[in-house]
Write a protein of this length. Sequence first.
Length: 201
Amino acid sequence: MPDRSPSSRTDHATWAPRIAQLLLRQPGHRLSVEDAVLIANLMQVRWVQAGTRFIQQNDDSHDGAILMLLYGEVSVEKAPMHQGDSLVVSIAKAGQMFGEMGVLLDAPRSASCMAYSDVALAELNRDALDRLVEQHPAAAARLALGIASRLAEHLRDTSNKLSSMSRLVSAMHPAIRSQMLGPKSGFSPSQLAEPEDPRAD
């Protein structure tokens, strides 16, 4: 682990091998070692103090930077329906990437990120990404394919969770209906039918 002394915090050469290593450990990555080294040399290291929110959910004014956590822990939070208190959905550790969806889709941030401890981040900003695309299109394509693969996996996981939740709700439905329309209520589902017209006789 690189030294955290002030003199080393801005020493990119100290962190570059670590950045390349973490890029090659990304799930679904398509990068070669040369690609990882190239991208690592384009990324800048920045430090964020504990308690700092460095990504805000629904923010559409960001510059499209891709961030990767190098050191420390980050709290990933979502605010339901864009209101109320945020809920912590995960605690990210070294290697976690942020902002990929915004880069691929040019979309607002889907979650907030707060430094749970002092953290070091590697940032691939828009200018660096544009240089990568222009000068090394094959490496940029492999980076994009890896990101798309991870996003697809996240989507699959979310779909599976929603499916499980749907089955749980379906299984609970008869019990819920029984509680609401039980014998003590003096009401049965048959009473939902259209009443007969008393003038029919």
